[in-house]
Design a protein around this ligand. Sequence first.
Ligand code: SAM
Length: 222
Amino acid sequence: MMQNPLKPNERVFKKRRMALVEELESKGIRDKRVLAAFENVARHKFVDSALAHRAYEDTALPIEMGQTISQPFTVAKQTELMEVSEGDKVLEIGTGSGYQAAILCELGAKVYSVERHQMLYNRSREILEELGYRPNLKCGDGTMGWSAYAPYMSIVVTAGAPVIPESLKSQLDTCGRLVVPVGDEEKQAMYRITRHADGHFEEEKFSIFKFVPLIGKQGWNL
Ligand code: SAM
């Protein structure tokens, strides 16, 4: 007898997830653990049911409060750059739908995530709980990080910042990595900042993305 048989719709979604994973691989995502996480997380649960049929297109989709669930390639690229190992304490700024938090949970990280909109915080909390993910969530200004649980092995910012937030750099563990898109309101370059054992910060710059703005004390003042 089959264990945990998938309902017909779930079977279709699973097939679409596998196709999405192939697409991500063809676009240059190489980390097998990251790809496996994408195969496991049900992205259609993190969008409005009217958009569920588009959940496995490699595109950003609207969520409440004028925000977006990021494009899968963007989530994959940021996650790959974080180099998450099982048991790492990681911080996400911009919980949004909760999807990237679920991906980070799948990688076995101890996840902390901050969202500024109460409504998105409530909704993502509900969905993540329903799917059995247990990240630590907070509603507030993520540009200040979450100092109570610092330091973190990696921090990911999922909204576009005008500058690299100093608070986030200061909450990195030794050898920790901060992945953050920085630029103007139109486009941002992906940066990875690594805190080395001697205290210096190494800066690497990757390709261009387009994010909703990071709004807060060390973000945009909109
Ligand atoms: N990681 C999200 C996901 O998987 O759905 C992506 C969400 S969206 C691209 C970026 C999110 O950052 C939005 O939900 C927005 O409200 C949030 N945000 C913007 N500025 C913030 C801040 N200062 N602190 C926390 N969240 C912020």
